[in-house]
Design a binder for this molecule. Structure first.
Ligand SMILES: *[C@@H]1O[C@H](CO)[C@@H](O)[C@H](O)[C@H]1NC(C)=O
Ligand SMILES: *[C@@H]1O[C@H](CO)[C@@H](O)[C@H](O)[C@H]1NC(C)=O
Length: 304
């Protein structure tokens, strides 16, 4: 099945769920489910989803409520917070990741708030947690699934008992930091989501418990320092978290130079992205050029 027709089917299901939910709401006007008893100063406004709200611009509807269900009051705040999640959506950790996140970040315009269903949250969480953990992020408390309703009045995509939602994403058959497209936007997003980035060759790769330990050559060209000091850089070892057996082509070739990105988590440096340093790639060259002026959205607010 083509990606487009799959998308289309998903959207029909979403539209049906929304229509059902709003019908249910109209019938039970007094049963407004609010997870935290929040009361708005002013009623939410219905606004166009801007094209630079990349997480949700193509989600299947064109307008959203502001403030959203995460209490972001301005579009600037929504954009900044949502941008952290774009890389996760690219990872396809769950087919409903975007719908789930956009139900919260850019809720569809109805006369009341409809939250994603708890099982949808749990399915996305279970699919995406291994990938987030590979990057050193826990599932954030603001998406704690127990906040979301279990009833009929919620956003859902597929039945919770279909194979799509119960199939767990194996940790060992994917290597999230390695399977990155050589696309300028993707690379910049990953660069922004990483604390440090440099150019280096790989000296040696070893297994260590469930991780892969990547020992780098001494010589490095720093692109983004983060909290890295010069002395840390010299003998830097990065870990591919839970990646002892996952396929990572880049680590098989010790001859190349690589663009290596990472984050420091609990005294360990985690590998969050690795690309061949490929001057013959247009996308790569464009990335390096854009990097000089690119402004990263702040991501620390979402993933603590
Ligand atoms: C989610 O929230 C519930 C209730 O507030 C709490 O008991 C639970 O520990 C939280 N779960 C996580 C993973 O933080
Ligand atoms: C899902 O479960 C319900 C009730 O448990 C059942 O009626 C339905 O056929 C199931 N759907 C699938 C696709 O397995």
């Amino acid at each position: 099945m083509s990606a487009t027709s799959q998308w289309f089917r998903r959207m029909i299901r979403l539209a049906a769920a929304v229509a059902l939910a709003s019908a249910a709401c109209a019938a039970y006007d007094d049963l407004v489910w609010k997870p935290d008893g929040r009361i708005y100063d002013k009623p939410p406004q219905c606004v166009d989803i801007p094209d630079d709200l990349r997480l949700c611009y193509n989600v299947g509807y064109s307008q959203m409520l502001l403030p959203n269900l995460l209490e972001h009051e301005t579009m600037a705040e929504v954009k900044q917070q949502a941008s952290s999640w774009v890389p996760l959506v690219h990872k396809n950790c769950h087919s409903s990741t975007q719908v789930f996140l956009c139900a919260l970040f850019a809720p569809v315009c109805l006369d009341r708030s409809i939250y994603p269903c708890r099982w949808l949250c749990e399915a996305v969480r279970d699919g995406c947690t291994p990938i987030m953990e590979a990057f050193g992020f826990p599932w954030p408390e603001m998406l704690n699934c127990s906040k979301f309703p279990e009833g009929d009045m919620c956003i859902s995509m597929t039945q919770p008992n279909t194979t799509e939602t119960t199939r767990p994403t194996g940790v060992s058959d994917i290597c999230p930091p390695c399977d990155n497209e050589m696309k300028t936007d993707t690379m910049l997003e990953h660069m922004c989501a990483s604390e440090f980035a440099f150019k280096s060759k790989i000296k040696e790769v070893k297994r260590e418990n469930n991780d892969r330990k990547v020992i780098l050559q001494k010589k490095k060209k720093l692109l983004k320092a983060g909290s890295l000091k010069k002395k840390d850089l010299k003998n830097l070892v990065v870990y591919l978290k839970n990646g002892a057996d996952c396929p990572c082509q880049q680590l098989d070739n010790l001859g190349h130079h690589y663009l290596i990105m990472g984050r420091k988590v609990d005294k360990q440096y985690l590998l969050t992205g690795i690309h061949k340093w490929d001057k013959s790639s247009k996308e790569f060259k464009k990335t390096m050029k854009k990097l000089k002026t690119h402004k990263c959205p702040a991501f620390e607010h979402v993933f603590k």
